[in-house]
Design a protein around this ligand. Structure first.
Ligand SMILES: Nc1ncnc2c1ncn2[C@@H]1O[C@H](COP(=O)(O)OP(=O)(O)O)[C@@H](O)[C@H]1O
Ligand SMILES: [Mg+2]
Length: 275
């Protein structure tokens, strides 16, 4: 079945503050969507809510992957169903090597009786690490422990390449990367683009989108997608910043979860429900 990931009217709270206030998004296989927006507008919260992070409570709306109810799934089931998140701030796990972690994750996805052979696993991991220009020693280092910001980001992309998810969410994968590392990471992502895989790329800056060309660009403010367009929207944001969007919406504060009691962007100005 063709990949189709649909978020409809998603609302989520953290510590009783509502952060997501009705997010709509549809990603089909083969498509790359970018979500851009200033800090504090709910972008990472959206990523966490999709993956089922226990701190975030979904209070409304639906998420489906190929018609299956994602919100009903446990975190590990979501990964097995094909959802993948490269985190903005990957965690360090002492005592678990990168290779052990990845092999467990792959085998969990493949299921019992269908585990990847050690030889095949190592060959694939070596190949992907070479593509990402990672030092082979990272195979046996503890997961993310003592990795630089850029090394953590490459390692997230390594996981993505090995796990072959059907929906890939990258949260600020460009932060902390110099231009050479950015190009390597982008090449890794581009090598994974395919008709049965969709991407959601969350980024603050347009720069990454010079290397990973999005089909759709969305702007998030106050916990909603307030504007959608094509790649030209990202270019305008790069040239002019976000102020003109705020002016169009008639809002001064684009953040969410601070002191605002209710959503102040008029309903008739927000982006159409789906592309
Ligand atoms: N773990 C958390 N605990 C408390 N508040 C949080 C947490 N995560 C996010 N928030 C709040 O949610 C709002 C949106 O944050 P976030 O989703 O990280 O925005 P973005 O990724 O767009 O910068 C912020 O006001 C932030 O303080
Ligand atoms: Mg964030």
């Amino acid at each position: 079945m063709a990949t189709e990931f649909v978020i409809d009217g998603l609302r989520a709270t953290i510590e009783n503050k509502e952060i997501l206030k009705g997010v709509n998004l549809k990603i089909r296989g083969g498509e790359v969507h970018a979500i851009m927006g200033p800090n504090g507008t709910g972008k990472s919260t959206l990523a966490s809510a999709i993956m089922g992070h226990p701190k975030y409570e979904v209070t409304g709306g639906t998420i489906t992957l190929n018609g299956e109810d994602v919100l009903e799934m446990e975190v590990d089931e979501r990964a097995r169903a094909g959802l993948f998140l490269a985190m903005q701030y990957p965690s360090e796990i002492t005592g678990v090597t990168n290779a052990d972690f990845l092999r467990s994750a792959i085998n969990a996805r493949r299921g019992e009786g269908n585990e990847i052979s050690l030889i095949k696993f190592i060959r694939q991991m070596e190949k992907a690490m070479k593509e990402l220009e990672m030092n082979p020693e990272f195979m046996h280092r503890y997961l993310n422990e003592g990795f630089s910001g850029g090394e953590k980001k490459r390692n997230e992309i390594l996981q993505m390449m090995m796990l072959e998810p059907s929906i890939v969410i990258l949260d600020e994968i460009d932060s902390g990367l110099d231009i050479d590392a950015l190009k390597i990471v982008a090449a890794g992502v581009n090598s994974m683009r395919s008709e049965d895989r969709g991407f959601l790329i969350i980024t603050h800056y347009q720069r990454l989108l010079n290397y990973i060309k999005p089909d759709y660009v969305h702007v998030m403010m106050q916990g909603r997608i307030v504007k959608s367009g094509g790649p030209e929207l990202a270019e305008r944001l790069e040239a002019e910043g976000y102020d003109w969007v705020k002016e169009e919406l008639g809002i001064e504060d684009e953040t969410v979860g601070q002191d605002q009691d209710e959503f102040v962007v008029p309903m008739n100005t927000i982006a159409p429900k789906f592309n």
